[in-house]
Design a protein around this ligand. Structure first.
Ligand code: ATP
Ligand code: MG
Length: 586
């Protein structure tokens, strides 16, 4: 009994599972290459993270693209750690990246590589570049190098060391490797064109001296290749056909090609750039995410407020929802901002189909059913998932003392408040009609501490034989049977949709102080007593929740994955296309 909403173009994960139907400008290029047999009919991509942080949802876009393309065209996709900058890299990150790529549903089989595997080979190629007069050792300081480089409007100036002999260059480069010079004292530079309009071609540095322990090669190397040199060659060594990266590398493409043209390499991959994912109300740079972790603004890389894969997983996201999101946002050539409401929409779609419905009360208000016998209880039948009848039913205990949500009662109900109020009757989900006949308050504070109600035994299951109607159905739990729980509610990490628009503002000043609310004294229905970390539920009327790994058998802890209210569906319906609107629940 699946509900289908034909009007909602995003409500089509079944159709979109058919990967052969996917088209975008990158796939167009690949199909053309296949037609012309450009790479002998091969399609070989790679996902090349630098192990200097945990992966985020932007990386998921790149992973889905690279692995997705390989799967679609019967090709291969490598996982390659771009570990050429040892000062920021760590094995913890390597391990988390492997876990996250697998969790997302992709497999590199035996093709896991490290750029550091190629250090020796990259060095040999650099020696070859020197020998053919295409690289030289330069003694300019970093500051001087910058000055010589020129600007967008002015050409650069040749380094005074540019015309060193091949012999001298070979000698100095060997001594750079041997550790004869201090860090930063000399560099190896590609000899291209200091007057090039493309600054990246103005004799870029390709090797630097850096004494830093590498997480794999230890202290073996004192010189490290630069990304722009190591990357194209690593791609070529692995037989990559299409090297897909983000737009900021567009101006580096001529350098990518230059590197491959100077030395004999097994193949010449094509670099193709696409727009990186930006998501509203969050940050997406590893440097900033690391700052949040190190400065304690969040509890760690997997804090459920983080846009990391680990954070989203802990929050209750499924890999299906993330894959579907990556498909729906598509691949484009122009940078844009995606509304975080779209990501929330995708997880709602998935959980709506698969999450069991249960009842939980986050802010309990005690209700005593005066005409229900003391000490008695009965079991009512509840549907586990109306979207999936095969998931069956369960029993929910009902008794004289219950909890309902504090916000479901108003002593003086305002207009349009249809929930419980003095003298008013409402339905309790799967149970009975109840009517409020009294309100008990704390004598000192005036706070409402208990409601006195009666129930109508004729309405068992939720309908009155005399046909009388109620306006609202409330969720509830039985006080004696319910299990206490802690619930963690999350809101956007930032309180501004687009932090880049906030001039001169350090993004940390934009952190949402209400991004985490912990409610300690909640109650969940007894069927959840043994819920395992990672299991996901819909708390009726409240949202989707997931058991946190901090949970123990004595203390259940739930994360709210997402509320039930779908801002994205509203945006779509209204045709407003507002891509930055908040999806806050009020
Ligand atoms: P960050 O800017 O977050 O530090 P990065 O580009 O330095 O990211 P890498 O580890 O180099 O991180 O990224 C690995 C791959 O993921 C690269 O191919 C990169 O282009 C891609 N990638 C990184 N961020 C995004 C994003 N926001 N959207 C799409 N792809 C991304
Ligand atoms: Mg990078």
């Amino acid at each position: 009994m699946e509900k289908k909403n034909d009007k909602d173009p995003l409500n089509a994960p079944e159709e979109s599972k058919d990967s052969t139907a996917r088209r975008d400008f990158i796939r167009d290029i690949i199909e053309d290459d296949l037609k012309t047999n450009k790479h002998q009919g091969r399609v070989h991509t790679r996902f090349p993270p630098e192990p200097n942080g945990y992966l985020h949802i932007g990386h998921a876009k790149s992973i889905c693209l690279n692995f997705g393309i390989a799967a679609q065209y019967n090709g291969l996709c490598n996982l390659r750690f771009d570990d050429t900058n040892p000062s920021k890299e760590d094995v913890e990150y390597v391990e988390s990246i492997m876990e996250d790529v697998h969790w997302l549903g992709f497999d590199w089989q035996e093709r896991m590589f490290y750029a550091s595997d190629y250090f020796e080979k990259l060095y040999d190629y650099a020696v070859q570049l020197i020998k053919v007069g295409k690289a030289y050792v330069c003694d300019l300081s970093p500051e001087e190098t910058r000055q010589y480089r020129g600007s967008f409007t002015e050409p650069g100036k040749n380094s005074p060391y540019r015309n060193r002999s091949v012999e001298e260059n070979l000698d100095l480069f060997t001594r750079m490797r041997a550790g004869e010079f201090p860090d930063g004292f000399r560099t190896l530079r590609a000899k291209i064109d200091m007057a090039s309009p493309n600054i990246n071609l103005r004799d870029p540095v390709i090797y630097r001296i850096m004494r830093a322990e590498h997480h794999r090669t230890g202290n073996k190397w004192l010189i490290y290749p630069m990304y722009d040199y190591a990357h194209p060659l690593s791609d070529a060594f692995e037989g990559i056909t299409h090297s897909i990266c983000t737009l900021e590398f567009e101006d580096h493409r001529p350098l990518y090609d230059w590197c491959l043209e100077q030395v004999p390499v097994p193949c010449h991959p094509q670099q193709i750039e696409f727009a990186r994912l930006n998501l509203s109300y969050t940050v997406m740079s590893k440097r900033k995410l690391l700052q949040l972790v190190q400065e304690g603004h969040v509890r760690g890389w997997d804090d459920p407020r983080m846009p990391t894969i680990a954070g989203l997983r802990r929050r209750g996201y499924t890999h299906e929802a993330i894959q579907n999101f990556c498909e729906v946002i598509g691949v484009a050539k122009r940078d844009s901002m995606v509304d975080i409401a779209l990501l929330e929409h995708c997880i709602r779609q998935d959980l709506n189909k698969h999450a069991s419905r249960v009842m939980a009360v986050l802010r309990p208000l005690r209700v005593v059913i005066e005409n229900y016998p003391e000490g008695e209880a009965e079991e009512l039948e509840a549907i586990n998932n109306p979207e999936d009848m095969s998931s069956g039913t369960r029993k929910v205990p009902f008794s004289r003392v219950l909890y309902i949500e504090q916000e479901d009662f108003r002593e003086e109900p305002p207009p349009k408040f249809w929930r419980l109020a003095p003298g008013r009757e409402v339905r309790l989900r799967y149970a009975y009609f109840i009517k409020c006949v009294g309100v008990v308050k704390d004598e000192k504070t005036g706070e409402i501490i208990e409601l006195r109600c009666t129930y109508d035994p004729q309405t068992r299951g939720g309908d009155a034989p005399d046909g009388r109607k109620v306006k609202t159905t409330l969720h509830w739990v039985s006080a004696n049977h319910a299990v206490p729980a802690e619930v963690r509610l999350y809101d956007h990490l930032l309180n501004k949709a687009n932090p880049a628009e906030e001039e001169n503002a350090d993004f940390r000043t934009l952190l949402n102080p209400k991004s985490l609310e912990i409610i300690a004294n909640c109650f969940v229905e007894p069927s959840l007593a043994k819920a395992q970390p990672g299991s996901r539920y819909q708390f009726e009327r409240l949202g989707y929740f997931c058991v946190d790994p901090d949970s123990t058998k004595d203390k259940l802890i739930f994360n709210r994955t997402v509320t039930l209210r779908d801002e994205w569906a509203k945006i779509e319906k209204g045709g407003k296309g507002d891509t930055t609107k908040s999806s806050k629940r009020n």
